[in-house]
Design a protein around this ligand. Sequence first.
Ligand SMILES: C[S@@+](CC[C@H](N)C(=O)[O-])C[C@H]1O[C@@H](n2cnc3c(N)ncnc32)[C@H](O)[C@@H]1O
Length: 435
Amino acid sequence: MRLDPDARFQLDKPLDRDVDLYIGAVCLGKFAAGERNVPLSRLAMHFNHLADHKLTAKTDGGETVFHIDTRDFEKAYRTGDLLTAMQTALGGGKWRIYEIGIKDGSIYADVGFVFPLSIRTPVTVDLLCNGMSGVLLESEYDTHFGRTHWFMPPENVVRHKYRFPFSQVEGWAQFHLRALNGKSSDAAHYRDQWNFTNRDMLAELPDDTRIQRVASAQANRASFLNGGKAAYEVIQALFHRYGSAASKPEIKVLDWGVGCGRVARHFETDSAVQMTGIDIDKDNVGWCSENLTGEYLHVETAPPTPMPNGIFDLVYACSVLSHLKEESIDQWLAEVSRLLRPDGLALLSFHGTSNAVSYLSRRPEELRALMGGELFDADRNNELQGFISDEDYYRQVFSSDSWWHQKFSEFFEVLAIEPAVLSGFQHVAVLRLKP
Ligand SMILES: C[S@@+](CC[C@H](N)C(=O)[O-])C[C@H]1O[C@@H](n2cnc3c(N)ncnc32)[C@H](O)[C@@H]1O
């Protein structure tokens, strides 16, 4: 049988009992009776052994040896050493909270990480919840992150369960990585995650269909609220760090691609902020107008917008450039620069190299082209179907960090690219007008 680069590896027939799978002396773990798909992540990481030692299923009752032809896989990933390039491209910052709750009288958290190669494994993580250190209860391979990060060594893809020494939190639970392997500088790449603790906070959120149009089909009100809070904290922190207008008594803010206010709603407590939100999705803009403070406008897919030049202190866009073809990117970067005040700041998120290797991890030819300097915009995103007329407009868009840097430099002075700060995977470009 063949191991092909699209991970369609299957045993010829399902096994009739639970087995332990080995490549040479390396145990890949248990494999359940009746299953036929072997996780490519486990096989790929032991690629060299696989070619030499074969795949073996062992039970008390004996041993079955599978001979696997690795030629397609070799051709796709080994030529030009794509696997190594993928591993080294994956930066820090990827982590997510799967669940928090109260168990045996204490707060517990179930958390996934993908650590870059630069961090020595096994990794010790000093995780705090509202300032208090957690105790690590369990650590295992994270099969969820493993599906998209199969190319990383398994010891870098981990799921940790923690217990914290208290059972009550008011408002928000804030999860903060203080140190990795004792080093705070490595942990600094990991943005805080937030979790609401009171179900009343879910009241007055948009319904699921509106939420899923902006935050994927898997999103729900809880992830919408938590993710929006985390993004808001990032935008605030970057504005205060880089923006010269942050201390003004009145700050005019534009949320470009506001959706149904996932991020904008968190600015409502800041009385200095005058919020404007724009979006091509008329229905979501209408929801914002009826339910949030500020001015919300429907705009066309191509600028200009009906707003005067140079009026915003801050323009931010969460996950908008990550959906536009190059022609639209050019048009909208020009429009953002038109709308920005001379001392204003733009914070625009995008999918850079680190996230491209995850998204295209099983599409070697397209990934190779992207790493060679091309923009990837081949995949349509259908989330706005029925809400915008041009069904070809909205895409899944990725490129290398250097491609984006070059693109932003055509319109702005690039103050920084903050890696993986938005949702744990989108970079944010920190931009101001050229002098
Ligand atoms: C992934 S959603 C993110 C929404 C919101 N920023 C958030 O973080 O929840 C992208 C949003 O950008 C909007 N959008 C796409 N292209 C746009 C454009 N050219 N101008 C304004 N909004 C746009 C979409 O309608 C959608 O609401």
